[in-house]
Design a binder for this molecule. Structure first.
Ligand SMILES: [Mg+2]
Length: 436
């Protein structure tokens, strides 16, 4: 089954003013829906990062893809790996780059988008779900977590496309408890993740404590300040939240670098505190894992099929983490239903994922869904593997056209949370690490 065409659909999706240590989310997040056509009339799709960078890389790959058999992914992977190796130098961490804008993982990201579209096409040709092409699923439903964000008032979008502010402003511990209750009531999530690194650490500690008081010890909690804290502050937070981050919780990328996280770990262990640390910033590639292991910096690796290299790489990572005695969870970005299903299939075929995966999906709306038939449903906080081939979704071409029109009107072609923060919140704002 040979590829005859590669189609790229850039889309803009409304996004509320969510905060992180990177800055502020813009009125619209940008994504790319990737589609391959084959000589058998079967199509495959995937979803990846948006804007000129990711689109340019996919366009560049187009000539190599035309005529390629969708079953021959190993050679394609070797080709992308060789390109990555020829250019590899410097730090591949995500400390200074938002996902999708890290030049060091661009070949891996591009391959992942193509691999997932090919697996979707193969699944459709064989009438098998994507996860069953990789040896079968470890679970029939994949649990996701309630992903809380400190946020300003507003629901995203602009002008006559402005959205309702479903969750309202969230800049205090009380407001964040409200946000969590609302999201859990709607989706049934059983674990909570708080994006931190936004307010004074004391306020973020109090937020986690308030969540614990509200939901009790059976709802695991995690906090992720994206490297906003120094080693000292990370240790202080770890000490302050010993109880709250226990029982299935974790401390995610508290400070920058594998060495920094190793130091936090050492100092917490010396105080008898064994809270695991997770990372999707310091650890973003296979080669980081032995180094993280050596420093005992990371106990849980945060996978993401979009930048670890697709579904098969995700499964390799699962085994790799097991070998190193590390746990596995999943990171996310703003995304639509195609990514939602890629993440679900990826997690389904990883036996060692023992945490609910992250998802930004509750922050996007029905109006922006590109999957025919509408939003992917959650059942008690989980997405069930559908009994449909490939990723289990078809594209809605009217929606793609509408979202592309909106994309074309945007003045930006890359994600820049720092610029957005200066424009809308504080003209002097700069990303400083560590901030606290
Ligand atoms: Mg993270």
């Amino acid at each position: 089954m040979k590829i005859t065409a590669l189609k790229l659909h850039p889309v803009a999706i409304a996004d509320p003013p969510l905060r992180s240590s990177y800055g502020l989310h813009a009125h619209y997040a940008i994504r790319t829906i990737v589609e391959i056509e084959t000589d058998e009339g079967i199509k495959g799709c995937s979803e990846t990062y948006g804007g000129d960078g990711p689109m340019g890389l996919l366009k560049e790959a187009e000539q190599r893809l035309i005529g390629m058999d969708v079953f021959q992914l190993t050679r394609l992977h070797m080709d992308f790996e060789a390109r990555a190796a020829a250019e590899a130098s410097g730090d591949r961490s995500q400390t200074w780059h938002v996902p999708g804008e890290n030049p060091m993982d661009r070949h891996t990201r591009t391959f992942a988008a193509i691999e997932i579209a090919c697996l979707d096409a193969i699944g459709k040709a064989l009438d098998k779900p994507a996860c069953d092409l990789l040896g079968g699923r470890a679970r029939d439903a994949v649990p996701f977590s309630a992903y809380l964000f400190y946020k300003h008032a507003g629901g995203g979008g602009l002008g006559d496309d402005e959205r309702d502010d479903e969750y309202g402003e969230g800049l205090t511990p009380e407001a964040m408890v409200r946000q969590a209750k609302q999201m859990i009531a709607k989706y049934g999530f059983k674990e909570i993740k708080l994006k931190g690194g936004v307010l004074d650490p004391e306020v973020e500690i109090e937020t986690i404590r308030a969540l614990r008081r509200e939901f009790g010890p059976n709802v695991p909690l995690r906090i992720d300040p994206n490297c906003a804290w120094s080693v000292d502050t990370s240790v202080m937070v770890g000490e302050s939240l010993v109880e709250e981050l226990s029982r299935g919780g974790y401390l995610e990328d508290p400070c920058a670098s594998i060495e920094g996280m190793g130091e936090v770990r050492k100092r917490l262990l010396a105080k008898g505190i064994d809270t695991p640390q997770a990372s999707n910033v310091a650890v973003t590639a296979f080669k980081h894992i032995p180094e993280a292991w050596k420093h005992d910096a990371v106990q849980i690796v945060l996978s993401d099929p979009h930048y670890w290299g697709g579904l098969k790489a995700q499964q390799h990572l699962d085994h790799f983490c097991r070998v190193f005695g590390m746990g596995l969870s999943m990171h996310s970005n703003n995304h639509l239903g195609v990514s939602m299903m890629a993440m679900t299939h990826a997690a389904a075929c990883c036996p060692y994922i023992e945490f609910a995966c992250d998802t930004h999906y509750p922050w996007q709306t029905e109006q922006d869904e590109v999957v025919a038939g509408g939003r992917i449903p959650f059942h008690q906080g989980s997405v069930v593997i559908p009994d449909k081939p490939g990723l289990g979704v078809e594209l809605d071409y009217d929606q793609l056209a509408r979202l592309k029109e909106r994309y074309e009107k945007l003045p930006y072609r890359k994600r820049d949370d720092e610029a957005e923060m200066r424009k809308r919140v504080d003209p002097n704002w700069k990303r400083v690490l560590p901030r606290w």
